[in-house]
Design a protein around this ligand. Structure first.
Ligand SMILES: *Cc1c(COP(=O)(O)O)cnc(C)c1O
Length: 222
């Protein structure tokens, strides 16, 4: 089942990226928050190397379960202050969700203490939904540069957004266009990763320049 889901998903991603540009490469992070370790192992055996979790405890458990596999673990959830130390010790390859200067500063302090570095993205609330975390589009660029300059143990590699929660394709598109424009304005400041697109909107996200999609349901729950 997972093999079939992955094959069908990969061919859709492939088509979407070719439609955007043959030079455009899109990375897939399999969001395994709904999946047990055995299912992650099954996906790994199909060739999927990168997985994402949104709870520190789940990341810890699954990473331990699967420690024999060279999985690249991403963290995508809202990170609570009291979980920062635990997350840092798990050494995720990328934290997608720095949503405030306070979080960045606390992360910096803890990383410095442990003499560790962390690759991360700024989360942008480009759909302006109260239920979503993230920097508002107006301040995103300034905050990216500020955190880049002030938090030397955080390696800011780009930005992330969650598409508008809407049936209206135009609204979803608009949230991706806003994020892409911010991303373009940050290229001179080291932004390389544009993380946007989930099971229901990844094709729209790729059509608007996403180079990393985070997909769970379509792999593990269909
Ligand atoms: C759950 C989640 C995803 C994956 O969503 P699906 O709709 O299951 O593909 C992507 N990004 C974040 C931040 C998530 O929490």
């Amino acid at each position: 089942m997972i093999l079939k889901n992955l094959n069908s998903l990969l061919s859709k991603i492939e088509q979407a990226r070719l439609d955007y540009s043959p030079h455009h490469i899109v990375k897939l992070v399999a969001v395994s928050k709904y999946a047990q370790s055995s299912m992650i192992k099954e996906a790994f055996n199909c060739g999927q190397l990168s997985f994402g979790e949104n709870k520190v405890q789940d990341l810890s458990t699954k990473k331990e379960d699967l420690k024999d596999l060279p999985i690249r673990w991403h963290f995508l959830g809202t990170l609570q202050e009291n979980k920062i130390n635990a997350l840092i010790k798990l050494k995720p390859v990328l934290l997608h969700s720095i949503h405030s200067v306070k979080l960045a500063n606390t992360l910096q302090e803890r990383l410095q203490k442990e003499n560790l570095r962390l690759n991360a993205l700024l989360q942008i609330n480009s759909s302006r939904e109260d239920s979503k975390q993230g920097f508002s589009p107006e301040i995103a660029k300034t905050m990216f540069i500020k955190i880049k300059n002030e938090c030397s143990n955080i390696n800011l590699e780009g930005i992330m957004c969650i598409g508008a929660n809407s049936e209206d394709v135009k609204k979803i598109e608009n949230s991706f266009v806003i994020t892409k424009n911010i991303f373009d304005s940050l290229k001179n400041y080291g932004a390389k990763i544009l993380s946007m697109g989930m099971s229901n909107d990844f094709e729209i996200a790729i059509a608007n320049g996403s180079n990393l999609v985070r997909i769970g349901t379509k792999i593990f729950k269909s």
